[in-house]
Write a new protein. Structure first.
Length: 226
């Protein structure tokens, strides 16, 4: 469509130029001088079309520059998405290796096993540090409200003492890269007890209906709007 518009504009400019030249070279019969008003009008039309084309071209170039800059920035930010997603399983395995050993087992372990566990912990920290340097952030929503944009509910935990939708267990942490979710956090959420019943306009036993006539004490007003 843009090419057609440019062609039509160029054709219109050519016609205007031709009109101006024709008016200049072929003055009306019976006149020895060209029609200056027609020439000036045609030249003004041609100038206006050229100005409009220049403005359009400048706007298109500015839009192209901004779009290119945005695409380059996104390419830099999200270039490691696929590679980082492949490394998430490595991070999960390191975490499982550390959580499978209890504190008592760590305390009772020999020097060799303690060194091995410390090496695994250092490897996990180093991997998370590399993630962080490349814009990959870990999501650990323990105790937070459930967010469907960043979390994936795996199961519900009935708990009448907690409000519904509270993350009480993180099965697997999530990860984000920039503003995009690389992997949602796998969580368990609470399923709270029943909400407190709304206070009904219950009347005590023996109370008269609101539409009954009630004698007011001196200085009191009677509410008849019910």
């Amino acid at each position: 469509m843009r090419a057609e518009e440019e062609a039509e504009a160029a054709e219109g400019a050519g016609e205007s130029e031709g009109d101006a030249a024709s008016a200049w070279e072929n003055p009306p019969e019976g006149e020895g001088e060209p029609n200056y008003e027609a020439v000036i009008g045609a030249l003004q039309d041609e100038l206006e079309q050229a100005r409009d084309q220049r403005i359009r071209a400048a706007a298109e170039m500015e839009n192209l520059r901004r779009r290119t800059a945005r695409e380059v920035a996104d390419a830099k930010k999200f270039a490691v998405s696929s590679f980082a997603r492949d490394l998430l399983s490595v991070s999960d395995n390191l975490t499982r290796a550390l959580t499978v050993v209890t504190d008592d087992e760590k305390a009772a372990a020999g020097e060799v096993w303690k060194n091995l566990l410390e090496g695994v912990e250092m490897t996990e920290r180093e991997l998370l540090s590399v993630f962080d340097k490349n814009g990959v952030k870990k999501i650990n929503p323990q105790g937070e409200r459930f967010d469907p944009n960043q979390h994936q509910a795996m199961f519900e935990v009935p708990d009448p003492n907690q409000p519904s939708g509270l993350v009480v267990q993180v099965v697997a942490p999530g990860f984000m890269i920039g503003e995009r979710v690389l992997r949602p956090a796998m969580v368990g959420v609470t399923k709270g007890g029943p909400k407190p019943a709304k206070q009904e306009d219950a009347k005590p036993e023996g109370a008269k209906p609101a539409n009954d006539t009630v004698e007011a004490e001196p200085g009191e007003s009677i509410d008849k709007t019910a």
